[in-house]
Design a protein around this ligand. Structure first.
Ligand code: PEP
Length: 249
């Protein structure tokens, strides 16, 4: 891990019921979490208020998506203003499931990021290559294109955490090796230095996502450019998520 505060996000995706979320929040409230780690959880929209009202652990709340502008006649969307109103401080944007299952484009995601930041939401900006892109040697270029779309849209990176999430590692049980992840994280930091500023490159936290669990987190957290994790499956289990949060101590 680098010098910034270690950051761990739990992305609950489209999982949970009122009961299972009450149990998960109870487990998190009872867990011992290190002080110097910034932790967020991202429940499905409909459970954000339940989590906000019951979570006593030092954990912030994130949304998993937000609309690209001011709310209004956009059926089925949730605005950044509404997320702030319900107590969210963060939003995950550009997750690979939104890119590749729902079909969101780089430009649309950039617009969402700019609007979320304008409403004082902080952004977890996800980038990452698909398996065929990695095999074709395009990993860096795919990440650069996705980063550029964010960079073109946002006025500052102060309130952004970058999540590098190779698509082939998400939900597959196939984790990138610490070396593979570190390589891309360092390249992303280099890109930030060249294309944004050396200050932003130094300050931005770059977290890794893709089948992180209680057993592999410690080795990954040792790498100098891995500043935390975005966790899917394992974030649904309170004790294991706590282990991941405490992996850099
Ligand atoms: C994710 O969806 O952000 C993710 C990393 O999922 P998993 O940990 O389940 O691979």
């Amino acid at each position: 891990a680098g010098t910034g505060k270690f950051f761990v996000g739990g992305n609950w995706k489209c999982n949970g019921t009122k009961d299972s979320i009450a149990k998960l929040v109870g487990d998190l409230n009872g867990a011992k979490l290190e002080d110097d780690v910034e932790i967020i959880v991202a429940p499905p929209f409909v459970y954000i208020s339940q989590v906000k009202d019951t979570l006593t652990a030092p954990i912030q709340i994130s949304a998993q998506n937000s609309w690209s502008g001011k709310g209004g006649a956009f059926t089925g969307e949730i605005s950044a203003e509404q997320l702030k109103d319900t107590g969210c401080e963060w939003v995950i944007l550009g997750h690979s499931e939104r890119r590749h299952v729902i079909g969101e484009t780089n430009e649309f995601i950039g617009k969402k990021a700019a609007y979320a930041l304008s409403q004082n939401l902080k952004v977890i900006a996800c980038v990452g290559e698909k398996l065929e892109e990695r095999e074709a040697g395009k990993t860096f270029n795919v990440c650069f294109e996705q980063l550029k779309a964010f960079a073109d849209a946002v006025p500052s990176w102060d309130n952004i955490v970058i999540a590098y999430e190779p698509v082939w590692a998400i939900g597959t049980g196939k984790v990138a090796t610490p070396l593979q992840a570190q390589e891309v994280h360092a390249v992303i930091r280099g890109w930030m230095g060249k294309n944004v500023s050396s200050e932003a490159a130094k300050a931005v936290r770059i977290i890794y996502g893709g089948s992180v669990n209680g057993a592999n987190c410690e080795e990954l957290a040792k790498k100098e450019d891995i500043d935390g994790f975005l966790v899917g499956g394992a974030s649904l289990k309170g004790p294991e998520f706590a282990t991941i949060c405490n992996s850099v101590t």
